[in-house]
Design a protein around this ligand. Sequence first.
Ligand SMILES: Cc1ncc(COP(=O)(O)O)c(C=O)c1O
Length: 406
Amino acid sequence: MASLPHSRDAALALDQIDPLAGKRRLFCLPEGCCYLVGHSLGPPPLSASERLREAQADWQRDLVRSWNSAGWIDLAERAGAQIAPLIGVDTEEVIVTDSVSVNLFKLAAAALPLAARRVILVEEDEFPTDQYIAEEMARQTGAEFQRLAAGGGFGALSRGGVLIRSAVNYRSAEVARIDDFEAEAARHGAIIVWDLSHATGVLDVELKASGARLAAGCTYKYLNGGPGAPAFIYAARELAGRLASPLPGWMGHAAPFAFTPDYAPRAGAARFASGTPPILSLATLSGALETFANVSASALATKARALGNLVISRADSMGLDVMSPRDPSRRGGHVSLRIKEGYPVVQALAACGVMADFRAPDTVRFGLSPLFLSHADVRGAMDALEHILQSGSWDKPEFHARAKVT
Ligand SMILES: Cc1ncc(COP(=O)(O)O)c(C=O)c1O
C-alpha cells in the first residue's frame, strides 16, 4: 500500500506523481468546490458539454437527417463500445439503453428461462430498486421470489435461480468477488445479473475474465454521463443469442426500418435496446467517455483505493465508525462513515465547499472519483470534517432542514 500523506505537503507530493493528475483540467467544477459525490452524479467533463452542443447543432441544421448524417442511429452502440474496455468485455457485448432499473428487469426476465430453477434471488441490503424490480418480476412471471439476508447471495446460488447482485454495495462499498460467485453459479445452473452502478469507472472490473455473463450499470456516477444519463447492458456473446428481451421494442429489432410485424432480435447485447434512444443524453455520455480514453480501469482503481485509505486513516484518527472495508481490494470507490447526525454534518461540510452525501438513517458517503480528485483535495475535506465535528458547527438549525434529495 502506498504511504499515507500525513501532511498537506505529503499529499501535494503524491499529487505530483499521480499519473491521472492531468485529467482534472478536463472537468468543469465550480471554483472552491471539493466534490466527493461522483458516486452519485459525476461532474461534467468539458467534452460532454461539447458533444451535447454539437448534437444540438446537428438537430437544428440537419433535422431528421441527423439519424444518418450524424450517426445518431448507432450512438447507443458506440457509447457501449466506449464502456466495454472499462469493464473488460468486447465492444459488441455492451449497449447503452434505458435505466438500470429497467435493464435489471429485462436481464433477469431474459435469464429466468435459462436458469436451473425459476426463482429470483436478491439480498435485503441491495439498492432498493434492485429489490423492487426482482420482486415484481417474479410476481409477473410466476417465479418464486426469495429475499435473502445481507451477504446470503453466494450461498443461495446452490438453489439454481437468478440472482441480482451489486458488484459494489451502494452503502458500504463492499466489493463482491465476481469470479467466485460465477464459479458457484456455474456449478448449480444459476445465473447472476450484476449491478455495476458503483463499479464502472472506478474499479478494475474484468467481467469476461471473471466469467460474468450479464450486467447492467449506470453512467451518471463515475462515468460522468450527466443527470439521468442512460444506463448500459452487458450480455456475454455466448449467452446473448439465447436471450429474449421481455420488452422487444423496434430498436432491438434486426431491421427496424423494414417495419415487419414479426420480431427478429438484433445480434448480441443490442437486442436489449427497446425504444428510440435519447440522443442528446447519449451524445453527452459519449463525450464524457472520451475522458476515459487511454485510462486503464486498474489505474482508476489504484488511485480510488489510495484516496479511500486516506479517508479511513483520518476517520480512524477522529474515532469515527468506518462502515466500508479496510482492505482496499475489498472496497469500491467510496468510503462510508456511520455518523448519527450525518445529515446536518453533510450540510455543514457543503457550507465549507465540501460536497458529500447522506443515506438514511446514518450513512455519510465520500465518493473518491479518481479522474478529478487529488490527494490534497481529500486531505482538505477531512480537515473540514474534523473541524466541523470538533467545533460542533454542524448543529445549526439551517443544517437540520431536510431537502427532498439527500
Ligand atoms: C446500485 C444501484 N442500482 C441501481 C440504481 C438505480 O439506477 P436507475 O435510476 O438508473 O434505475 C442506483 C442509483 O443510484 C444504484 O446505486
